[in-house]
Design a protein around this ligand. Sequence first.
Ligand SMILES: Cc1cc2nc3c(=O)[nH]c(=O)nc-3n(C[C@H](O)[C@H](O)[C@H](O)COP(=O)(O)O)c2cc1C
Length: 205
Amino acid sequence: MNSDKTNLLKETPTDHEILDLIKNRWSPRTFADTPISAADLNTLFEAGRWAPSSNNFQPWHIVWGVKGSETYDRIFNHLAEFNQNWAKNAPVLLLGIVDTKTPKGDDNYHAPHDLGQFMANVAIQAQSMGIALHQMAGVDYKAALKEFEFPETYHVATAIAIGHYGGDLEDVPEDLREAETGPRSRKKIEEFTYNGNYIKHADID
Ligand SMILES: Cc1cc2nc3c(=O)[nH]c(=O)nc-3n(C[C@H](O)[C@H](O)[C@H](O)COP(=O)(O)O)c2cc1C
């Protein structure tokens, strides 16, 4: 069988120099067969654990499952079909969940922000270990919350596929192969930064 290996690195046209760990991170849909060990997972969660959070509430909660386990299947079954088509390649699946209330019971509007910081720490730590994350909004968040018996005031924000970079292009549906190899793109800094009032994109040349 003709097996086209995926890129381990993607073209990332930065405008300014940044850390290689940030520059070289990307979100693949194929993964190497190499398993993620319990020690790897603890290192990743440890990195996440030291993320800053509003009032140090640490509102993040993570459900994790290793391929072949019941928990993995229970997470997988709640992914959107589009994501199931490729997330089956990942040796580990997570759910990123937040407690939307402060310990006093008020709304914690910063909880998703804090989970994002947790996951950014995990992603950069992972990158240093040759491990990639692919985060997913495409998850049945209401059903997943019930499935894992979280209180109703919690929210499943994301699912995350984790594995070592690698694998074959033929591991993903044909229409997704180009995305695996093409360059990464981003808005220009001028499109989202303001040294003063908000300016509509169209007003920026
Ligand atoms: C919160 C969040 C939700 C995402 N949801 C999905 C998803 O459901 N399916 C998917 O294939 N990719 C998803 N992505 C991946 C993004 O499309 C990807 O990060 C973006 O295109 C930038 O690519 P890069 O991470 O390779 O730089 C998501 C990423 C984030 C951070």
